[in-house]
Design a protein around this ligand. Structure first.
Ligand code: XMP
Length: 555
């Protein structure tokens, strides 16, 4: 493997992904990990990431002592990127100082000397690269040479060919460094002599083998399916390995999207042949949510209900099988487990709870199930690829994310306000069981509106996005019910109806997001359709807030 030591750069995961995209397996661990944990991974090459610190800061993270000796004695090639370069320079006898002119953003560099990082052939070549640094290397350690400089004259690339140590002051991993991928390729294949062989088919074989070895021939495994990509791919994989000793539960909490239950159950059963129990818990969830307006409280209630239902599912299964299920499958992804090195005071310490996120399958501690997390070394796009080769329909794999608490976080305030359970039950029944046979929507009233409007407006919105061919360019799109009555005029009649807000964002990981810039004509048509087709709505708004300051969901 190619090992990446993370020193807190926002681009570290990107390095891992770029290398995997070259069909070389790479892992990322905290840059301050022990020498033993580094050596145990037996890397073929090591990359030191960038980071927000100055190497002179008291709390500046550093590789463990003995690291340079370890790489030298094992003749391991090392590439330092930005802060990584400065660490190598500072720790091997050179000097790093605050640069006279700091370099942020797009810069031009010139290759001054033939070097493996540029294929040994590009002397005089100019490249546009992405810089983001305040410090710079002003004196190189013995044995190092400058191979490229920025337009401003500062060091952009260095090498110690004999010791196989390399450094780039810029970020080759970002798309704003168009030739960066080529440089990474030169480093991996020419300098390190790594061979490209890592592919998803091998991951599939390897994971199937591990699951078969882990789960005994009479053991049973359970899995909470959320209807999302990760749990579905994880369950499909485990099902391939152990067949129907996997038992999945899909909980309908009454807060799912329009026709969602029917759609996902069809995929689970018809396309993937997964053994799934669909648990209808609408009443249970909605009765607990009655009168609750505080977003965190709503989330906690929903999370706890999932746990209770799943707990009961496991107990029922135990009675039926006459033995306890021993394992639980979870669709945990690499970004969830990756060790990172958050810069002090950066707010990336995961300590500040913005929202309590949860998924189906958060479990009570006394269940004592052992975890099977077959996706925990994969990124989202890799999980999609794995799903594709296992036959999960591509349209399913490309679906936008949907939050565990469902529409509850898209109906600000009390989801059930002004409502009685039996009415909601009717809404539910109507929406899911009768809608397909009923063309004329007469059942609508204010009580129904809260759940009905977002269901229907959301469906129209998503269909329009699909029809316009822009679904895949959007990270997530949905409608939000606005609990505000405003005045309108429809068919010469005064109306006093609700508003719907449309939210569509682009993002890479959901951590930050920008709103999607729709074509005006598209928006105008959509607004007309929603007001015409969704009873009780006379106003359509567009959410034009990025994250931060807003979050993607409204609660
Ligand atoms: P926010 O609203 O925090 O959302 O900007 C970021 C991403 O996470 C999704 N999300 C959730 N996913 N359980 C989940 O599985 C949750 O409780 C949850 N809350 C938000 C959200 O849809 C977006 O993609």
């Amino acid at each position: 493997i190619v090992l990446i030591l993370d020193f807190g750069s926002q681009y570290t995961h990107l390095i891992t992904r770029r290398i995997r995209a070259l069909n070389v397996f790479s892992l990322c661990i905290n840059g301050t990990s022990s020498l033993k944990s580094i050596a145990d991974l037996n890397p073929l090459a090591i990359i030191l990431s960038g980071g927000p610190h100055s190497v002179h800061a008291i709390d500046a993270p550093c590789f463990p002592s003995g690291f340079m000796e370890y790489v030298e004695s094992n003749k391991l090639p090392v590439l330092g990127i930005c802060y990584g370069l400065q660490l190598i320079v500072q720790k091997t006898g050179g000097e790093v100082r605050v640069g006279e002119k700091q370099e942020y953003g797009r810069m031009e560099i010139e290759v001054e000397k033939a070097c493996g990082l540029f294929g040994n052939k590009k002397v005089g070549d100019r490249q546009s690269v992405w810089m983001s640094h305040g410090d710079e290397a002003v004196k190189l350690p013995e044995g190092f040479e400058v191979v490229a400089r920025s337009k401003q004259g500062s060091v952009a690339a260095v090498e110690n060919r004999e010791k196989r140590l390399y450094g780039l002051q810029y970020h080759p991993e970002v798309t704003h460094s168009p030739e960066g991928m080529e440089t990474l390729r030169y480093f991996l294949f020419d300098i390190c002599g790594v061979t490209a062989g890592w592919k998803m088919e091998d991951v599939l074989e390897e994971e199937l083998k591990i699951i078969k070895e882990t789960v005994g021939p009479d053991d049973h495994v359970i899995c909470g399916l959320s209807g999302g990509v990760d749990s579905t791919v994880a369950a499909t994989l485990v099902h391939k390995a152990i067949g129907d000793r996997l038992h999945c539960a899909f909980v309908d909490n009454g807060l799912l999207r329009f026709k969602e239950r029917a759609r996902v159950m069809e995929t689970f059963e018809k396309d993937l042949h997964l053994p799934v129990t669909c648990i209808d818990a609408t009443e249970q969830f909605l009765s607990k949510l009655k009168g609750v307006t505080e977003p965190e409280k709503k989330r906690k209630i929903i999370g706890n209900e999932f746990i209770c239902i799943f707990d009961a599912f496991a107990h029922d299964l135990e009675k039926k099988l006459q033995r306890k299920p021993l394992y639980l499958v979870q669709g945990t992804l690499y970004p969830d487990v990756i060790e990172s090195c958050p810069p002090p005071g950066s707010g990336r310490t995961h300590s500040h709870t913005i929202k309590s996120h949860h998924n189906v399958g958060g479990l009570p501690k006394d269940m004592k199930l052992k975890l099977i997390e077959p996706l925990k070394l994969l990124f989202k796009d890799e999980v999609r690829e794995l799903g594709r080769i296992m036959g999960v329909p591509v349209s399913f794999l490309k679906r936008h994310p949907f939050p565990g608490p469902g529409l509850a976080v898209r109906v600000p305030g009390d989801v059930t306000e002004g409502n009685r359970l039996d009415i909601l039950r009717k809404v539910y029944e109507y929406l899911f069981l009768k809608y397909t046979q009923c063309n004329n929507i007469q059942l609508f009233n204010v009580f129904f509106c809260r759940l009905w409007c977002p269901y229907q407006a959301d469906d129209i919105f998503i269909q329009a996005i699909k029809d316009a061919g822009i679904y895949d360019s959007i990270w997530q799109a949905f409608a939000v019910f606005m609990p505000v009555l405003t005045v309108g005029v429809q068919g010469d009649q005064r109306t006093h109806s609700y508003a719907i807000a449309l939210r569509a964002v682009t993002s890479h990981d959901g951590m930050t997001a920008d709103w999607y810039y729709f074509d005006h004509k598209f928006l105008a048509d959509l607004s007309t359709r929603i007001c015409n087709e969704v009873q009780g709505v006379n106003r359509v708004l567009l959410d034009i807030t990025s994250k931060p300051p807003a979050t993607i969901e409204w609660e």
